[in-house]
Design a protein around this ligand. Structure first.
Ligand code: AMP
Length: 516
């Protein structure tokens, strides 16, 4: 499949159909295509002969998609950044990406415009050119098809939590995305012109599960924003408008939150026939409740890291699956890839044996952007069907039985909290940067195998802790200036000293026991 040509064919066929809706704002297929053409022409004139990645900043504005297409039509990968991220974190991403252009369908905060050599195109009219001015000025202009990103070029770069305290950029090519989209269309039996629910921010790749599957099949993406998620009354008011949703894509955590409301049933969404879940454990409890409340719908549990493009396994979860397996498996690997379970030396283990899950095939990223050392640790080359492919060691523990993949948690200090991927080391490093903190260990508090919240154990540089309450709020505030809210531990416990192992390392097991 040629991804952009497939979408362009829908533009010709259904130009007036909505491609993306957010509240009262929407974009038709024709608008999405014409505007992104105009933007691509402008990008090619301001940064010609260059393929540096472009930062796209915003939230759920439909023109986020316009910006994505403007970038790839002019040969640039895009880096989606959600406006919920703290400025300090965004500045570090800007620094790492060495971008020359930032595009935003909203107003870019002044603090992000620190480097005058970076061109800014947003809606504030304070900086270089506004997005709407570009749509007008370059209206009707078409970028050369030769400029588009090709299969081996980066299509997007997704920044994710890194254990050293610095976010790391995962590069994904057009080939990676095409492989996912072709598989997803067949695996989830996507029909034309469906209404997709988009819940996950564009700065996480699960959001591409709905947006790209929708756009290559003439469907519509309906966006749920962070204000709706934070306010159940607003969310359920939106659901009344969204009652034409056919395909629901979200993290299981979001569905669990909706299930608290008793009226969240098939009668609220009479046309809903498919639930696609990804990003974290899909519990039997959640699957059972959805099966009971949405008898017409098919549920899929899918699994995959950002490094292997959205998802690489899928399982149709029916009543028999729920009865036979607890926890549920994550499914079967997509046919153009292979999953190997390997030991510490990288040797493949036989069926049924637990080890580290590695993914081999065209879905795998070419590595971390501007970070060959880190890439070398987890990416390698492997053979599959007599061909060499990129391979990625996930850090997930798993085993395979009759082709079915069973996820068994992490081998390292990465956790999933409400679907967000967090390296505990990332929080610990950022805590240690706070002047009053001497050392920090962050641990998950789990229930039914799922992380419920985070607790930080902290030793202080100065043992005087007059007012613990004030100290805690000051630490939390300083951390929130550097990290997204979901990475700020809910609980902070002060220790006079950390318990130590004989090897001189902090005894994390002992601290974990204190939390049980
Ligand atoms: P991300 O890169 O944010 O998509 O996070 C990838 C990680 O999320 C994986 O390596 C797993 O640890 C976890 N994960 C993703 N999907 C699932 C799933 N269906 N069940 C359990 N864990 C999952």
């Amino acid at each position: 499949m040629d991804l952009l040509t497939t979408i362009a064919n829908w533009v010709d066929k259904i130009p007036e159909q909505k491609a993306c809706i957010h509240r009262e704002d929407f974009l038709t297929y024709r608008q999405l295509w014409d505007r992104s053409d105009a933007l691509a022409v402008w990008i090619s004139t301001i940064i010609p002969n260059d393929n540096s990645p472009v930062i796209v900043y915003g939230h759920k504005q439909p023109n986020m998609l316009t910006a994505f297409f403007g970038c790839v039509k002019s040969g640039h990968a895009y880096i989606p950044i959600d406006e919920a991220l703290p400025i300090d974190r965004i500045l570090r991403i800007i620094g790492n990406s060495k971008c020359k252009l930032i595009i935003s369908p909203t107003c870019l905060p002044d603090e992000l415009v620190f480097d005058k050599s970076i061109i800014v195109c947003d809606e504030s009219k304070k900086f270089d050119l506004s997005l709407s001015a570009i749509f007008n000025e370059f209206s009707g202009k078409r970028p050369s098809i030769e400029r588009r990103v090709t299969l081996d070029d980066n299509y997007y770069i997704m920044y994710t939590s890194g254990s050293t305290g610095e976010p790391k950029g995962v590069q994904l090519t057009l080939g990676c995305l095409t492989s996912f989209v072709e598989w997803g269309l067949a695996e989830f039996r996507i029909q034309a012109n469906q209404m997709f629910l988009n819940q996950v921010p564009f700065s996480f790749d699960v959001s591409f599960m709905d947006s790209y599957l929708a756009l290559v099949s003439g469907g519509t993406v309906r966006c749920i924003d962070k204000e709706m998620i934070a306010n159940p009354r607003e969310l359920f008011k939106e659901f009344q408008v969204a009652d034409d949703t056919n395909i629901w894509v979200s993290t299981p955590s979001f569905a669990e939150m909706c299930l608290i409301e008793k009226t969240f049933t098939q009668s609220m969404f009479p046309k809903l026939h498919t639930f696609l879940f990804c990003g974290e454990i899909f519990t039997n409890k959640c699957a059972q409740k959805l099966t009971d409340r949405f008898p017409q719908a098919t549920l899929y549990n899918t699994y995959g890291p950002t490094e292997a493009t959205v998802a690489v396994t899928s399982l149709q979860v029916n009543q028999k699956m729920i009865d036979d397996y607890s926890p549920l498996p994550v499914g079967y690997c997509k046919p153009d890839c292979v999953i190997r379970i390997i030991d510490e030396q990288g040797r493949a283990l036989p069926d049924g044996e637990k080890g580290e899950l590695a993914i081999v095939g065209p879905s795998v990223s070419p590595g971390y952007f501007q970070n060959p050392e880190l890439s070398k640790k987890v990416f390698y080359v492997d053979q599959y069907q007599d061909k060499s492919f990129r391979a990625y060691k996930t850090g997930d523990a798993a085993y395979i039985q009759n082709g079915l993949v069973f996820y068994c948690g992490r081998l390292d200090f990465q956790v999933k909290l409400h679907g967000y991927r967090i390296e505990l080391g990332d929080i610990e490093e950022n805590l240690r940067l706070i002047a009053i903190v001497k050392n920090a260990v962050v641990l998950p508090v789990t229930k039914d195998g799922k992380c419920e919240y985070l607790t930080a154990f902290i030793t202080l540089a100065d043992q005087e802790r007059a007012n613990e309450f004030e100290l805690i709020s000051s630490i939390k505030k300083q951390l929130a200036d550097r990290l997204p809210d979901y990475m700020v531990p809910r609980r902070i416990i002060f220790k006079d000293a950390m318990p130590m192992n004989p090897n001189g390392k902090v005894n994390r097991k002992k601290l974990q026991e204190e939390l049980q």
